[in-house]
Ligand binder design. Structure first.
Ligand SMILES: Cc1cc2nc3c(=O)[nH]c(=O)nc-3n(C[C@H](O)[C@H](O)[C@H](O)COP(=O)(O)OP(=O)(O)OC[C@H]3O[C@@H](n4cnc5c(N)ncnc54)[C@H](O)[C@@H]3O)c2cc1C
Length: 250
């Protein structure tokens, strides 16, 4: 089969490691199409560039490359004169983790801290020692590599509670401008309620695919008195799914 793929960032081919990709128990582990799939995923424009040398001095050192650390390091390094070192305990993620629904295939692997909860009193009756499994990414990108890519902010009341307990600048009203700054929402109707924005680095949109089961589920929820609406809006109960654009997930 002929394949004419243009790689925007050719040095990323250095990181193509088919053996590593096959070592995870994904549905594509033994597929002949795996190399093609990986090359397609690697064409993403926003792939991280990993430094091959370490300087002797940095202006900032950020420890942990999860959603928080990555955003802090990215914002700090927007100034070209600022040097930032982002330290991560885990390795570079396999390319297949870029498929959001694939997270479960990497849980319990070497990119997971493999935590378990303490034995639970009220839940986990079917589990060994009543301990729940607690996935946590030990990998460049942290838990965001396992994330299902649902665009979900924290609960506004939690921020207000933190502010009330002394976390200056963390009230819902004070953090909202930062949430808006990071968002690039592709659904114009969603922008109307004032809780969404465009122009930020994280793209969000409704999933294009709508399962047949979605409407009956919403109908059942309505019958039970649940609101169907924007879970990032003023009222956060109910459901209204959005996903992050794959290319800007990490
Ligand atoms: C299975 C799963 C699905 C999820 N789905 C969604 C979703 O759909 N939508 C959503 O909004 N959120 C989702 N989340 C939650 C979201 O991923 C996390 O809230 C978010 O990633 C937390 O970011 P963080 O930076 O606080 O921590 P983490 O992402 O946990 O990052 C911490 C990082 O620090 C590293 N680290 C730890 N100790 C050290 C050390 N000593 N030195 C160097 N590095 C260290 C870790 O390896 C890790 O990479 C999901 C989480 C999981 C587990």
């Amino acid at each position: 089969m002929e394949c004419d793929l243009k790689i925007s960032n050719p040095e990323i081919l250095d990181t193509l490691n088919l053996g590593c990709e096959r070592s995870y128990n994904t549905p594509y582990a033994n597929s002949p199409f795996l190399p093609l799939l990986i090359l397609t995923l690697m064409r993403q424009k926003i792939a991280p560039k990993i430094a091959k040398t370490i300087k002797t001095e940095y202006d900032y050192i950020v420890v942990g490359s999860g959603a928080g650390g990555s955003a802090v390091a990215a914002r700090l390094s927007e100034e070209p004169c600022v040097n930032v070192l982002l330290l991560e305990a885990g390795k570079v993620p396999p390319v297949l983790t870029d498929i959001p629904g694939f997270a479960r295939f990497f849980i319990f692997s070497d990119i997971d801290w493999q935590y378990r909860t303490v034995p639970q009193k009220n839940t986990g009756k079917a589990l060994i020692n009543r301990q729940s499994y607690w996935p946590s990414g030990k990998v460049l990108g942290g838990n965001s590599v396992f994330s299902a890519s649902v665009f979900e902010r924290g609960n506004l009341r939690s921020y207000d509670d933190w502010a009330a307990q002394g976390a200056k600048g963390w009230s819902a009203q004070e953090v909202l401008p930062y949430f808006l700054k990071l968002e690039n929402n592709w659904d114009s109707d969603v922008l109307e309620n004032g809780f969404h924005s465009v122009g930020g680095p994280v793209t969000a949109q409704r999933p294009r695919y709508c399962s047949e089961i979605k409407e009956p589920l919403f109908e059942a929820a309505r019958e039970m008195g649940y609101r169907i609406g924007d879970s990032n809006g003023e009222q956060q109960t109910g459901k209204y799914l959005q996903i992050l654009s794959k290319a800007q997930r990490f």
